[in-house]
Write a protein that binds this ligand. Structure first.
Ligand SMILES: CC(C)(COP(=O)(O)OP(=O)(O)OC[C@H]1O[C@@H](n2cnc3c(N)ncnc32)[C@H](O)[C@@H]1OP(=O)(O)O)[C@@H](O)C(=O)NCCC(=O)NCCS
Length: 214
């Protein structure tokens, strides 16, 4: 594996392990995870997050990619591991337009696409087949689940999560920390922190817990 650079994952994501192992640019050194027993397809467990400082001191060339999906936790881990350590991983069949800009620590999974003039912050994950169309403005620590479509000139602010197969229509803004449920079609702006589901997407109203029968 001449020329391959060492990288470690934060959190176990089997799809990402499978991707990194396929790429000639990277040599997957292991996984940081608070659960040592997590099934990581045989990839070595390097320790919990607290193991990072010592390992980094011993191996200053070791980069990381934060693979976990929950966006608030991803943001905290980014502060812990440090921006300088972040590496960007792009699948061989992932597409990043020449005019698009990716921050450090992004993941472009198989079949995912970042189209012209899109601008992505740090630690943005496009899972398998997700697409950010032209002129997208994507903040830090955003997670896009498989197959979602972020259409032209959409803004996703920091820590937005978009569920599998969801569609965000052109020029919509989704506010910080908001969640779009799987399969939703977002046709109007989503306020900060809100969860929306359905077609067209509406705020998630949780059913009140029913009292047990007397
Ligand atoms: C929207 C979402 C975040 C809500 O999760 P949650 O807060 O745990 O909500 P719950 O599972 O308790 O469901 C609450 C209610 O919303 C409904 N609901 C949940 N997700 C929904 C969705 N995507 N679309 C429509 N309704 C949904 C549930 O049926 C439930 O309805 P009820 O109160 O009438 O029984 C989650 O269901 C979701 O869609 N996550 C995305 C998953 C995904 O894409 N994963 C990809 C992994 S790679």
């Amino acid at each position: 594996m001449a020329g391959a650079r060492p990288i470690a994952m934060v959190g176990v994501d089997k799809d990402l392990i499978d991707l990194i192992q396929e790429l000639p640019d990277w040599d997957l050194a292991g996984v940081f995870d608070s659960h040592p027993a997590a099934d990581a397809l045989g990839v070595p467990h390097l320790g919990g997050d607290d193991a990072w400082a010592e390992i980094r001191a011993a191996r200053p060339d070791l980069g990381i990619v934060i693979s976990i999906d929950p966006t608030g936790l991803k943001s905290k881990l980014l502060a812990h591991y440090g921006r300088d350590a972040l590496r960007t991983v792009v699948a061989l069949d992932g597409y990043v337009a020449r005019s698009a800009t990716l921050g450090p620590g992004c993941i472009v999974q198989r079949g995912a696409r970042v189209l012209p003039d899109a601008v992505l912050g740090q630690s943005v994950k496009l899972n398998v087949g997700a697409t950010i169309h032209h002129d997208g403005r994507i903040g830090d620590c955003v997670t896009l689940a498989p197959g979602c479509q972020i259409l032209g000139a959409v803004t996703l602010e920091d820590r937005v999560y978009v569920g599998a197969g969801a569609i965000v229509l052109p020029r919509i803004t989704v506010g910080k920390g908001a969640t779009v449920g799987a399969g939703a079609v977002v046709a109007s702006d989503v306020p900060e922190g809100m969860t929306v589901v359905g077609v067209p997407a509406r705020p998630l109203e949780r059913r009140r817990k029913r009292e047990p029968h007397p």
